[in-house]
Design a binder for this molecule. Sequence first.
Ligand SMILES: *Cc1c(COP(=O)(O)O)cnc(C)c1O
Length: 319
Amino acid sequence: MLKIQSIWEANGNIRDFAGVTPILHSQALQSDLGLQLFLKAENLQTTNSFKIRGASNCIVKQLRSTPNLQGVVTASSGNHGQAVAYVANRLGIPATIIMPETAPKAKVQAVSRWGANVEFCGTTSQQRLARSSEVALEKGYVEIPPYDHYDVIAGQGTIGKEILEQVPDVDIVAVPIGGGGLISGIATLIKNLRPKVQVIGVEPESSNSMSVSVNNGEITQLEKTHSAADGLLTLKPGSLTFPLVKKYVDKIVLVKEREILDAISTCVQYFKTVPEPSGAVTIAAALKGNWAKDMKVVAVVSGGNFDMEKLPGFLCPQF
Ligand SMILES: *Cc1c(COP(=O)(O)O)cnc(C)c1O
């Protein structure tokens, strides 16, 4: 299991890369909707998602134990790929990001910006994971997984520390769930320090592998997933994250696609900041959940990366 000490160490390791993101509050929203909602704005983080925390902790630790590290590789092309590319570039080590042949240009550009080598491989995540292991062997690179690694989970857990410091009287922390690294780190920290604070996970209805697995009592693979929340499309929970979620997370709530898009426009209206769909699921859950009434809720807004041509559809779903 993950030790709380690893999260304190991560907090020291990541500070050259990750900032302390602000907590946003809207008096108008509180007045209009009667909700005490606070946003932990990881959409304003370096590379615009929390993934920089786990990626930098993992890479810094690898470099410390292997000073002549040849490079890093990951099969993940979204926010995690960007974070790995950024950290490697800052540390002056090579990075290879394996992407599907169908990757949108914006994603290729986002990692190329940080000097990473992009390699295209197949269309399925299995093909890319296999290629990532091959590159690791061929070039002597280390693989940096997006969630199922304790150093990655510990890095994400640093958000929990910041939330307890920034909102000391928080009642509930709401966290998006993809593979479960983000919530595992945050829940481990919060439940060890302040067990009375509730940690609530949020998944899209049509990509709910963690809640299905928790209900079944074992890791369960979905046949398919779909959601505008493209950072949450995971077919099954991680083998390290699943036990942590089972142990520490109070409940998991599901949100509909329409609720996710409405949450983006509500967020822009009241908080004047734009989350990506994966980051808006927590706002969607708080807006509809009666669990949020009379509670001080911190919603983790996990990221803010999206293709600009999608913006009109986010803001006016009928557009
Ligand atoms: C990766 C990601 C998530 C999900 O994180 P997990 O650790 O896989 O649960 C949520 N939101 C955004 C923006 C992400 O990039």
